[in-house]
Design a protein around this ligand. Sequence first.
Ligand code: SF4
Ligand code: SF4
Length: 281
Amino acid sequence: MSVNLFHFFRKNLDKLVRLVDCDVEEPNDAIFFHKADKTEEIEVSQLIPEINKEKCTYCRKCVEYCEFNAIVVIPPVKFAEVNASLCHSCGACLVACQDNAIRENPLPIGKVTFYDIHGDKELAEGKLKIGSAMQTMLIRELKKQISNESEIIIYDAPPGTSCPVVETVNDADYVILVSEPTPFGLYDLKLMTELMAEIEKPFGIIINKAGLGNTEIYKYLEREGIELLGEIPFSQEYAAGYANGNLFGKIPVQIEKCYLNIIEKLERRIMVYEGDNNLKW
Ligand code: SF4
Ligand code: SF4
């Protein structure tokens, strides 16, 4: 959905649009752009504390400060170590240690890669290193690298409702939730709408694979007064094109029309939004 929105935004709006793949555990947006050239790759690291046993007095103050239970200090056997996989690099243990026994070392957690599609680094992705659990930190770094000159940025969020999703949407002006008219789709959608209410983000819904499942999701949207931005009908032809990595130019005409309707709706919002900076979406 994000890739298609990016494609149709670029085609129909005279704006500098960027697509940022924040699904750092399995980024796949770049696969759809056969002409995307990798232009830059930045390694992202987190700082992991290391305890110098020569200087450590085994006071355990750092253990008390660490909210993530990442430090083990056992004074009788003079054991002091940091578990890198639990550490969130908050720096609290450095503040706690009065004996200058802790220093930080960089540990790679993944990469940020930029691609040129029309020559302007329009696509960026984060890719987490296998074994790292620092999705949120990598997404934060990825978003920091995106040029301020972008007029529209589409963040392709990971699925679910956990911390990486919150990190992806926390500075968005508007969130587009994509769901399916099935019991699973409705269940996840309810979790997402609760999250949106909690973080106070304006949002709308696109129903994908419309025509499958049942009508419960529509009843839910009506009951809750949630805006339906549009529907993309289920199409085997479209699904087969997607599975082959052929989205653009091979989209069935009736599906292309659905995307154009959604873009039109969003475009009207953008124009109103740009006209009045104080206005909320
Ligand atoms: S940096 Fe923070 S999370 Fe990591 S070991 Fe120190 S206190 Fe714990
Ligand atoms: S606070 Fe410093 S001195 Fe105390 S146990 Fe931790 S590393 Fe050692």
